[in-house]
Write a protein that binds this ligand. Structure first.
Ligand SMILES: [Fe+2]
Length: 289
């Protein structure tokens, strides 16, 4: 199905029955019209993930467009920031002079919400493919809104009003590298509501992820482990998951309030480089609720 926007010339093609859309007829840049930006923001809220194909983006385009969506974060993993444009975090397995130029190398990166371990987690991210392997390295997204809406009532009641314990250290131990002293001090364990309400759409979504959610406050570890496992299994059903097979020129924008993601491994003989911007929420959208 392809729907034509009435206001401007954007074509919207939904990706799955519940979330994700491909938007065509637009070139992302720092010189987009307000109408285009308003439409994109509204589709972002509605579809949660927006895919823009065949983009040929300069770093200025990436940053300029991202900035229209919110202030940009200079990511705490400063070892992987782009040299000339620190708003861009590099995700890559490329080494220069024996040092990785980006995060996460070529291995599996388990399911996570970006920055669920921060009090003010990112509103979303834009990820742009610069260099991709011939196969592998796909990114998967889970629709945590639909997962919550279809959750059995009994499980909904179990987690109602509960807080999840979030650990960036847990994620790094499994999938990345350790943080330095300063980064560690900025990413201590915190709690977040296990269900959050989207600040724009009002829809509720599960806010937990296998990579970072390590417990539930007020519930003993063995019991909370079992509940979390049940929830993870529920969210990762095929019905709620979209697998994105990257093409060069893809730019993918996700809503970090209601989708989690993972990256599958790829063959280390191939180079992969992605540019990511991290979009901060406005003050009124800052704290999950
Ligand atoms: Fe991520």
């Amino acid at each position: 199905m392809s729907l034509k926007s009435h206001e401007i010339n954007l074509d919207i093609t939904p990706i799955t029955e519940t979330f994700g859309a491909i938007i065509s007829g637009v070139k992302l840049s720092n010189q987009m019209s307000q109408d285009e930006l308003n439409q994109i923001k509204s589709y972002w809220n509605r579809y949660q993930i927006l895919l823009f194909r065949d983009q040929d983006l300069s770093k200025e385009d990436i940053i300029g467009f991202s900035r229209e969506l919110g202030d940009l974060e200079i990511h705490i993993r400063n070892e992987w920031l782009n040299d000339s444009h620190p708003e861009i975090l590099q995700i890559s397995n490329i080494n220069v002079d024996g040092k990785p130029i980006g995060a996460l190398a070529d291995g599996e990166v388990g399911w996570h919400y970006d920055q669920i371990y921060l009090k003010r987690p990112a509103l979303g991210s834009l990820l742009c493919s610069v260099k991709i392997p011939p196969e592998g390295g796909c990114t998967y997204f889970a629709d945590m809104t639909t997962a919550y809406e279809r959750l059995p009532l009994e499980l909904k009641a179990t987690i109602d009003g509960r807080l999840g314990i979030q650990s960036y250290e847990n994620f790094n131990n499994l999938y990345s590298t350790k943080t330095d002293e300063n980064q560690t001090s900025l990413t201590q364990k915190i709690t977040q509501p296990l269900v959050r309400t989207h600040p724009v759409t009002g829809r509720r979504a599960l806010y937990l992820c296998p990579g970072m959610t390590v417990g539930i406050t007020g519930i003993p570890d063995d019991e909370s482990d079992a509940i979390l496992q049940q929830l993870f299994d529920w969210c990762l059903q095929d019905d709620f998951v979209y697998k994105h097979n990257w093409r060069l020129g893809d730019a993918l924008l996700w809503d970090n309030a209601c989708t989690m993601h993972r990256r599958e491994p790829f063959d280390s003989v191939h180079e992969r480089l992605m540019f990511r911007t991290t979009i901060l929420p406005q003050a009124e959208r800052a704290v999950p609720f």
